[in-house]
Design a protein around this ligand. Sequence first.
Ligand code: IMP
Ligand code: MG
Length: 183
Amino acid sequence: MVPSEPILRPVFSAEQIATVVKRIAAELTADYAGRHLHLLVVLKGALFFAADLARHLELPVTIDFIRISSYYGTESTGGINLASEHEASLRDKDVLIVEDILDTGLSLQYLMTSLAAQQPSSLKSCVLITKVVNRAIAIEPDYQGLFWRGGFLVGYGLDCDEQLRNLPGIYEMEQQHHGRSSL
Ligand code: IMP
Ligand code: MG
């Protein structure tokens, strides 16, 4: 449950996020030059990140969505479910997974393994926020933006009980609640 007046500490401003998103887009534009990039956006958290990233890519781009759930409350549980599938086949495509946060690594590991089975011509990952303390699996995103070693984050797509996604910046939420991120 989101407290009626949650205590939010500003962590990354909208301007900082925009700078990092443009930098990642420039890297992708250079690395995928001459190719077509298929963005596979992990809903719902990566919604705004993907929308901003895509608009800075100077490449032919297609966009599809996937939904998984693995994160309950403010601590990861470790169980991953595929909640909804992407529409388009990944076969022979240059696929980039677009994720909001890398925490334990379980979600990204699950996605990399299950999507690789669909025989894309390449499969890489792009994560806006890398949490540096909780990793259970040694996995590094191919592209990453911001690094964080604190607590639970909300805003710019990240939720607590489906709320607060619409904040333009990213905030750390005080941990006295038992909220639930819905990915
Ligand atoms: P992992 O499987 O532990 O790496 O979990 C990553 C997923 O948990 C991310 O895709 C997020 O959707 C969610 N998550 C992790 N940390 C936070 C947070 O601080 N706020 C909101 N969602 C989070
Ligand atoms: Mg996510």
